[in-house]
Design a binder for this molecule. Structure first.
Ligand SMILES: [Zn+2]
Ligand SMILES: [Zn+2]
Length: 234
């Protein structure tokens, strides 16, 4: 239901959703805008973070112990993604999830990944979801599920504790802050993909991966639209 609403404007809009000048040629975007998107081109094969130089050890993996097995982001969290994703969350611009989900699904297919048994959106606390009216990660999951013919489990994970914004906290505070924040409501198949719009510090996704692993999930992948580059990577 949400999927059809999200794609209505994209389907009937003949012009690029970004520049609104040129014909939409690639999933709702013109060729020029498609090329100019901040594609994440040199990802670490494990954590998905941009590497300073291809084949060099990954700084991000050196610094953190990731509980997930693999992470993939279509884009770096730079313009225009850092303008569009807040619009999706704060201004209900859900039509952007139409073309963005298609590009992420293509990236997943291009990487020839072993597809998971099920997709799980990163949950919001019920009060926050009611205030916003939707969970953008759930809508993104719904669309990825359609593009990739995969089941989505919307209510397997719940967030039972409200937490402050993670990026304002130190790593140890982030971890403490998230302890006990999420609960798993049912048993899951062995291979799961967790979906969110953006991966900033990775602490929420890592905490969820840790919870799933503890509950017997053997492989946890992360799929996000965009990933915040490390501070010294421009
Ligand atoms: Zn354009
Ligand atoms: Zn890495």
């Amino acid at each position: 239901m949400l999927f059809s609403k999200v794609n209505y404007r994209l389907f009937f809009n003949q012009h690029c959703v970004l520049c609104r000048l040129h014909p939409a040629q690639i999933n709702g975007v013109c060729e020029g805008c498609h090329q100019d998107l901040p594609w994440l081109l040199f990802p670490c094969p494990r954590c998905g973070q941009t590497r300073r130089t291809p084949n060099a050890p990954c700084h991000s993996c050196d610094q953190q112990h990731y509980a997930f097995d693999f992470a993939l982001a279509a884009f770096e969290y730079r313009f225009p993604l850092n303008a569009i994703l807040p619009l999706i969350k704060q201004r209900h611009s859900l039509h952007h999830l139409g073309w963005l989900s298609r590009l992420l699904a293509e990236k997943i297919k291009d990487n020839e990944l072993t597809l998971p048994d099920s997709i799980l959106p990163v949950p919001m606390h019920l009060l926050d979801e009611l205030r916003r009216g939707y969970n953008q990660a759930a809508i993104l999951s719904e669309q990825l599920g359609k593009h990739l013919s995969l089941p989505v489990q919307y209510d397997a994970l719940i967030k039972s504790k409200r937490t402050p914004h993670q990026h304002n906290l130190k790593a140890t505070q982030r971890r403490a802050n998230l302890q006990g924040a999420f609960q798993l409501k049912r048993s899951l198949p062995s291979h799961i993909a967790l979906v969110d719009d953006v991966m900033t510090t990775g602490s929420t996704l890592n905490e969820l991966a840790r919870l799933l692993k503890k509950q017997g999930v053997s492989r946890v992948d992360i799929w996000v639209l965009a990933r915040t580059p490390e501070p010294d990577i421009d």
